[in-house]
Design a protein. Structure first.
Length: 223
């Protein structure tokens, strides 16, 4: 029973995403699990973090006691200062996104479709949402990675064949990393690349709303 299988915690999701960030990349981290990614990038890999709040080349999340009220990310979390970092207006921060100067963005999601459509700004049953910078990032970033739990709090799949929540962007997601699997949206459908330890392809399919494509042997989730 998949209900009895252990799911990976949020830190492990962030660790797996960190492996996808190429050295020297300009990376934007969204709210939630994505903010943890900066804690797990290898020490010998230089990544330039970008925030809509107007910061470039900041460090990971600040440790307790090291908070600077003027240095926060888009989610209001405190960041560590590093030599060579830059401050500028949020107008310039969005110009960087819209101008295609952000290489990778890591975002959370309410739903991702089999072909990479992204819905992450509104929950229709609550009737509230704010698209914020998500639309700009979905359209302007070179690569969009989604980091999220595989199912919502009610057990509903967040990886679906077709999104029925309002879309943030169409066909924009390159990779999905969850507490159950690593998946790749393609024009042909959702490809299962890796499964969490103890999970089979059939187990992942049982908790997924999209029909999964399995090509050869599915690897084990690597961190």
């Amino acid at each position: 029973m998949t209900a009895d299988k252990e799911r990976l915690d949020r830190a492990i999701i962030a660790m797996r995403v960190a492996k996808e960030l190429p050295p020297g990349a300009c990376v934007n981290l969204g709210i939630g699990i994505p903010t943890l990614v900066s804690m797990f990038v290898a020490d010998d890999s230089i990544v330039f973090y970008h925030s809509e709040s107007g910061v470039l080349n900041c460090g990971p999340l600040a440790e307790a006691g090291g908070e600077d009220i003027d240095l926060i990310n888009a989610g209001g979390q405190f960041l560590q200062p590093v030599p060579g970092m830059a401050y500028f207006s949020s107008v310039d921060a969005f110009a960087m996104i819209r101008g295609g100067h952000v290489d990778v963005t890591v975002l959370g999601a309410h739903q991702v479709s089999a072909t990479g459509d992204l819905a992450n700004w509104m929950l229709p049953d609550r009737g509230v949402g704010n698209i914020g910078g998500a639309m700009d990032l979905a359209a302007g970033a070179g690569k969009v990675i989604v980091a999220m739990e595989h199912n919502d709090r009610n057990g509903n799949p967040k990886v679906v064949q077709h999104c029925d929540y309002p879309l943030t962007g169409q066909g924009c997601v390159s990779l999905v990393v969850t507490d159950v699997a690593v998946l790749e949206p393609t024009p042909d459908g959702m490809v299962l690349r890796e499964a969490a330890p103890g999970w089979t392809a059939a187990d992942v399919q049982a908790v997924t709303g999209a029909e999964l494509i399995v090509r050869g042997t599915v690897g084990e989730y690597e961190v």
